[in-house]
Design a protein around this ligand. Structure first.
Ligand SMILES: C[S@@+](CC[C@H](N)C(=O)[O-])C[C@H]1O[C@@H](n2cnc3c(N)ncnc32)[C@H](O)[C@@H]1O
Length: 260
Protein backbone atom coordinates (compact mmCIF):
# COMPACT_ATOMS: atom_id res chain seq x y z
CA UNK A 1 0.00 0.00 0.00
CA UNK A 2 1.37 3.46 -0.83
CA UNK A 3 1.18 6.40 1.65
CA UNK A 4 -1.89 7.92 -0.07
CA UNK A 5 -3.80 4.64 0.12
CA UNK A 6 -2.72 4.12 3.75
CA UNK A 7 -3.90 7.64 4.68
CA UNK A 8 -7.35 6.94 3.17
CA UNK A 9 -7.59 3.56 4.88
CA UNK A 10 -6.74 5.06 8.29
CA UNK A 11 -9.06 8.02 7.79
CA UNK A 12 -12.08 5.86 6.87
CA UNK A 13 -11.37 3.14 9.44
CA UNK A 14 -11.53 5.96 12.01
CA UNK A 15 -14.56 7.82 10.61
CA UNK A 16 -16.75 4.91 9.40
CA UNK A 17 -19.56 5.53 11.90
CA UNK A 18 -20.21 8.91 10.23
CA UNK A 19 -21.21 7.48 6.85
CA UNK A 20 -24.41 5.52 7.54
CA UNK A 21 -28.04 6.51 7.07
CA UNK A 22 -28.54 10.23 7.52
CA UNK A 23 -25.28 11.07 5.72
CA UNK A 24 -25.96 13.15 2.62
CA UNK A 25 -24.59 10.23 0.56
CA UNK A 26 -27.51 8.02 1.63
CA UNK A 27 -29.61 9.96 -0.92
CA UNK A 28 -28.80 7.96 -4.06
CA UNK A 29 -31.03 9.85 -6.49
CA UNK A 30 -27.89 10.90 -8.43
CA UNK A 31 -27.06 7.21 -9.00
CA UNK A 32 -30.64 6.32 -9.93
CA UNK A 33 -30.93 9.24 -12.38
CA UNK A 34 -27.66 8.33 -14.09
CA UNK A 35 -28.51 4.61 -14.32
CA UNK A 36 -31.83 5.36 -16.01
CA UNK A 37 -29.83 6.98 -18.82
CA UNK A 38 -27.75 3.84 -19.47
CA UNK A 39 -30.65 2.44 -21.42
CA UNK A 40 -28.88 -0.57 -22.91
CA UNK A 41 -27.75 -1.94 -19.51
CA UNK A 42 -29.76 -4.71 -17.90
CA UNK A 43 -29.02 -5.79 -14.30
CA UNK A 44 -26.01 -8.11 -14.32
CA UNK A 45 -22.74 -8.11 -12.36
CA UNK A 46 -21.69 -4.83 -10.80
CA UNK A 47 -18.57 -3.75 -8.92
CA UNK A 48 -18.90 -0.76 -6.59
CA UNK A 49 -15.37 0.58 -6.06
CA UNK A 50 -14.63 2.44 -2.80
CA UNK A 51 -18.11 1.56 -1.65
CA UNK A 52 -17.85 3.29 1.74
CA UNK A 53 -21.02 2.52 3.70
CA UNK A 54 -22.38 0.88 0.55
CA UNK A 55 -25.04 3.40 -0.44
CA UNK A 56 -24.40 3.05 -4.19
CA UNK A 57 -23.80 -0.70 -4.26
CA UNK A 58 -26.85 -1.45 -2.12
CA UNK A 59 -29.00 0.71 -4.39
CA UNK A 60 -27.85 -1.52 -7.27
CA UNK A 61 -28.44 -4.72 -5.29
CA UNK A 62 -31.97 -3.51 -4.51
CA UNK A 63 -32.52 -3.03 -8.25
CA UNK A 64 -31.59 -6.64 -9.04
CA UNK A 65 -27.85 -6.38 -9.71
CA UNK A 66 -25.41 -9.02 -8.46
CA UNK A 67 -23.06 -6.72 -6.58
CA UNK A 68 -19.48 -6.82 -5.30
CA UNK A 69 -18.75 -4.06 -2.78
CA UNK A 70 -15.04 -3.19 -2.62
CA UNK A 71 -13.12 -0.82 -0.36
CA UNK A 72 -9.68 -0.36 1.13
CA UNK A 73 -11.08 0.17 4.67
CA UNK A 74 -12.10 -2.79 6.82
CA UNK A 75 -14.45 -0.72 8.96
CA UNK A 76 -16.27 0.70 5.94
CA UNK A 77 -16.72 -2.76 4.42
CA UNK A 78 -18.10 -4.07 7.72
CA UNK A 79 -20.53 -1.16 7.83
CA UNK A 80 -21.64 -1.87 4.25
CA UNK A 81 -22.06 -5.60 4.97
CA UNK A 82 -24.17 -4.81 8.04
CA UNK A 83 -26.36 -2.43 6.03
CA UNK A 84 -26.84 -5.15 3.40
CA UNK A 85 -27.93 -7.67 6.06
CA UNK A 86 -30.32 -5.16 7.62
CA UNK A 87 -31.91 -4.56 4.22
CA UNK A 88 -32.07 -8.28 3.37
CA UNK A 89 -29.74 -7.83 0.39
CA UNK A 90 -27.15 -10.39 -0.67
CA UNK A 91 -23.80 -8.89 -1.72
CA UNK A 92 -20.14 -9.95 -1.89
CA UNK A 93 -17.54 -7.78 -0.10
CA UNK A 94 -13.88 -7.58 -1.15
CA UNK A 95 -11.09 -5.55 0.40
CA UNK A 96 -8.72 -4.04 -2.15
CA UNK A 97 -7.44 -0.76 -3.49
CA UNK A 98 -9.04 1.04 -6.42
CA UNK A 99 -5.73 1.08 -8.28
CA UNK A 100 -5.46 -2.71 -8.74
CA UNK A 101 -8.35 -5.20 -8.99
CA UNK A 102 -8.26 -8.93 -8.18
CA UNK A 103 -10.71 -9.86 -10.98
CA UNK A 104 -10.35 -11.40 -14.41
CA UNK A 105 -10.94 -9.27 -17.48
CA UNK A 106 -14.49 -8.99 -18.85
CA UNK A 107 -16.13 -9.77 -15.48
CA UNK A 108 -18.56 -6.90 -14.81
CA UNK A 109 -21.41 -5.22 -16.71
CA UNK A 110 -21.11 -2.10 -14.57
CA UNK A 111 -18.43 -0.48 -12.42
CA UNK A 112 -19.56 2.35 -10.15
CA UNK A 113 -17.45 4.73 -8.11
CA UNK A 114 -19.10 7.57 -6.22
CA UNK A 115 -17.54 10.35 -4.14
CA UNK A 116 -14.26 8.51 -3.64
CA UNK A 117 -11.94 8.92 -6.63
CA UNK A 118 -10.51 12.17 -5.22
CA UNK A 119 -8.73 9.93 -2.67
CA UNK A 120 -7.11 7.66 -5.27
CA UNK A 121 -3.34 7.79 -5.62
CA UNK A 122 -3.51 6.79 -9.30
CA UNK A 123 -6.75 7.59 -11.20
CA UNK A 124 -5.10 6.39 -14.45
CA UNK A 125 -4.62 2.92 -12.95
CA UNK A 126 -8.19 2.99 -11.61
CA UNK A 127 -9.64 3.68 -15.07
CA UNK A 128 -7.29 1.16 -16.72
CA UNK A 129 -8.35 -1.54 -14.24
CA UNK A 130 -12.02 -0.61 -14.68
CA UNK A 131 -11.72 -0.94 -18.46
CA UNK A 132 -9.99 -4.31 -18.10
CA UNK A 133 -12.65 -5.88 -15.85
CA UNK A 134 -15.65 -4.45 -17.76
CA UNK A 135 -17.32 -6.73 -20.27
CA UNK A 136 -17.65 -5.35 -23.81
CA UNK A 137 -20.61 -2.94 -23.77
CA UNK A 138 -20.22 -2.60 -20.00
CA UNK A 139 -20.21 0.85 -18.36
CA UNK A 140 -18.34 2.91 -15.82
CA UNK A 141 -20.46 5.30 -13.75
CA UNK A 142 -18.21 7.80 -12.00
CA UNK A 143 -19.55 10.46 -9.63
CA UNK A 144 -17.11 12.71 -7.77
CA UNK A 145 -16.20 16.20 -6.75
CA UNK A 146 -14.54 17.91 -9.69
CA UNK A 147 -13.78 21.31 -11.10
CA UNK A 148 -14.53 23.09 -14.35
CA UNK A 149 -11.59 23.21 -16.74
CA UNK A 150 -9.79 26.55 -16.92
CA UNK A 151 -10.41 27.54 -13.27
CA UNK A 152 -6.88 27.39 -11.77
CA UNK A 153 -7.53 29.85 -8.91
CA UNK A 154 -10.74 28.14 -7.76
CA UNK A 155 -9.07 24.74 -8.18
CA UNK A 156 -6.16 25.62 -5.90
CA UNK A 157 -8.53 27.11 -3.34
CA UNK A 158 -10.78 24.03 -3.13
CA UNK A 159 -7.72 21.79 -3.06
CA UNK A 160 -6.36 23.68 -0.04
CA UNK A 161 -9.76 23.55 1.74
CA UNK A 162 -10.35 19.83 1.14
CA UNK A 163 -6.78 18.88 2.10
CA UNK A 164 -7.06 20.73 5.43
CA UNK A 165 -10.48 19.29 6.15
CA UNK A 166 -9.37 15.72 5.40
CA UNK A 167 -5.64 15.17 4.80
CA UNK A 168 -6.45 11.89 2.99
CA UNK A 169 -7.98 13.99 0.17
CA UNK A 170 -5.69 13.65 -2.84
CA UNK A 171 -7.02 15.70 -5.79
CA UNK A 172 -10.21 16.66 -7.61
CA UNK A 173 -9.66 16.07 -11.32
CA UNK A 174 -11.28 18.45 -13.78
CA UNK A 175 -14.08 17.27 -16.03
CA UNK A 176 -11.81 17.44 -19.08
CA UNK A 177 -9.11 15.40 -17.35
CA UNK A 178 -11.57 12.62 -16.49
CA UNK A 179 -12.90 12.57 -20.04
CA UNK A 180 -9.36 12.37 -21.49
CA UNK A 181 -8.38 9.67 -19.03
CA UNK A 182 -11.39 7.49 -19.92
CA UNK A 183 -10.85 7.97 -23.65
CA UNK A 184 -7.14 7.16 -23.34
CA UNK A 185 -8.10 3.86 -21.64
CA UNK A 186 -10.35 3.00 -24.61
CA UNK A 187 -13.75 3.94 -23.14
CA UNK A 188 -16.38 5.97 -25.03
CA UNK A 189 -18.04 8.79 -23.09
CA UNK A 190 -21.83 8.38 -22.88
CA UNK A 191 -22.34 11.60 -20.91
CA UNK A 192 -20.28 13.85 -18.69
CA UNK A 193 -21.91 16.65 -16.72
CA UNK A 194 -21.13 18.93 -13.83
CA UNK A 195 -24.22 18.82 -11.61
CA UNK A 196 -23.66 21.27 -8.73
CA UNK A 197 -24.38 19.66 -5.37
CA UNK A 198 -25.12 21.68 -2.25
CA UNK A 199 -22.90 21.17 0.79
CA UNK A 200 -25.29 22.39 3.48
CA UNK A 201 -23.06 22.95 6.52
CA UNK A 202 -19.30 23.36 6.84
CA UNK A 203 -19.34 22.31 10.51
CA UNK A 204 -21.09 19.03 9.65
CA UNK A 205 -18.51 18.54 6.89
CA UNK A 206 -15.70 19.04 9.44
CA UNK A 207 -17.30 16.60 11.91
CA UNK A 208 -17.66 13.96 9.19
CA UNK A 209 -13.94 14.04 8.51
CA UNK A 210 -12.87 14.55 12.14
CA UNK A 211 -11.04 17.76 11.14
CA UNK A 212 -8.63 19.03 13.82
CA UNK A 213 -9.39 22.38 15.52
CA UNK A 214 -6.25 23.93 13.97
CA UNK A 215 -7.32 22.91 10.47
CA UNK A 216 -10.91 24.10 11.03
CA UNK A 217 -9.49 27.53 11.86
CA UNK A 218 -7.33 27.48 8.73
CA UNK A 219 -10.29 26.53 6.53
CA UNK A 220 -12.40 29.33 8.04
CA UNK A 221 -9.58 31.72 7.21
CA UNK A 222 -9.56 30.42 3.62
CA UNK A 223 -13.35 30.86 3.45
CA UNK A 224 -13.10 34.45 4.73
CA UNK A 225 -10.39 35.29 2.22
CA UNK A 226 -11.77 33.25 -0.69
CA UNK A 227 -10.81 34.77 -4.06
CA UNK A 228 -13.75 35.98 -6.19
CA UNK A 229 -13.20 33.10 -8.65
CA UNK A 230 -13.77 30.52 -5.90
CA UNK A 231 -16.53 32.48 -4.19
CA UNK A 232 -18.59 32.59 -7.38
CA UNK A 233 -17.80 29.12 -8.79
CA UNK A 234 -18.65 27.34 -5.52
CA UNK A 235 -21.45 29.80 -4.64
CA UNK A 236 -19.97 30.27 -1.19
CA UNK A 237 -22.50 31.76 1.20
CA UNK A 238 -24.19 31.67 4.58
CA UNK A 239 -27.68 30.32 5.38
CA UNK A 240 -29.16 30.27 8.89
CA UNK A 241 -25.71 30.83 10.37
CA UNK A 242 -24.23 27.91 8.40
CA UNK A 243 -21.53 28.16 5.76
CA UNK A 244 -22.81 26.57 2.55
CA UNK A 245 -21.30 26.04 -0.89
CA UNK A 246 -21.87 23.94 -3.98
CA UNK A 247 -19.60 21.08 -4.93
CA UNK A 248 -18.80 20.84 -8.61
CA UNK A 249 -20.07 17.26 -8.81
CA UNK A 250 -19.11 15.38 -11.96
CA UNK A 251 -21.46 12.66 -13.20
CA UNK A 252 -19.77 10.72 -15.98
CA UNK A 253 -20.73 7.51 -17.76
CA UNK A 254 -18.44 5.74 -20.20
CA UNK A 255 -18.91 2.56 -22.21
CA UNK A 256 -16.42 -0.14 -23.16
CA UNK A 257 -16.71 -0.69 -26.92
CA UNK A 258 -18.16 -4.02 -27.97
CA UNK A 259 -15.12 -4.90 -30.03
CA UNK A 260 -12.41 -4.18 -27.44
C1 LIG B 1 -16.97 8.93 0.88
S1 LIG B 1 -16.66 7.26 0.91
C2 LIG B 1 -17.48 6.58 -0.48
C3 LIG B 1 -18.93 6.79 -0.59
C4 LIG B 1 -19.70 5.71 -1.33
N1 LIG B 1 -19.10 5.35 -2.58
C5 LIG B 1 -21.16 6.08 -1.51
O1 LIG B 1 -21.68 6.09 -2.63
O2 LIG B 1 -21.80 6.38 -0.49
C6 LIG B 1 -15.00 7.13 0.30
C7 LIG B 1 -14.48 5.71 0.36
O3 LIG B 1 -13.32 5.58 -0.48
C8 LIG B 1 -12.49 4.60 0.08
N2 LIG B 1 -11.16 4.73 -0.53
C9 LIG B 1 -10.36 5.79 -0.50
N3 LIG B 1 -9.23 5.55 -1.20
C10 LIG B 1 -9.35 4.30 -1.70
C11 LIG B 1 -8.52 3.49 -2.53
N4 LIG B 1 -7.35 3.93 -3.00
N5 LIG B 1 -8.96 2.25 -2.86
C12 LIG B 1 -10.16 1.80 -2.41
N6 LIG B 1 -10.98 2.52 -1.61
C13 LIG B 1 -10.58 3.77 -1.28
C14 LIG B 1 -12.53 4.92 1.55
O4 LIG B 1 -12.10 3.85 2.36
C15 LIG B 1 -14.01 5.27 1.75
O5 LIG B 1 -14.75 4.17 2.19
Amino acid sequence: MNPIQRAAQQQFDRQSDRYGQGHILSDVSDVQDALRRLVWLKPGRALDVATGAGHTGLCLAGAGWQVTLADISTAMLERAATAARERGLHVETRQHAAESFPYAEDTFDLVTCRVAAHHFSDPVAFVRETTRVLKPDGALLLIDGSIEDGQPVAEEWIHAVEKLRDPSHHRFLSQGNWVRLCEAAGLTIVFSELQPFKQPDLNWYFDTAGTTPENRAKVLELVNRAPPEARSLFRLGEEDGKIVWWWQRLVLAARKPANQ
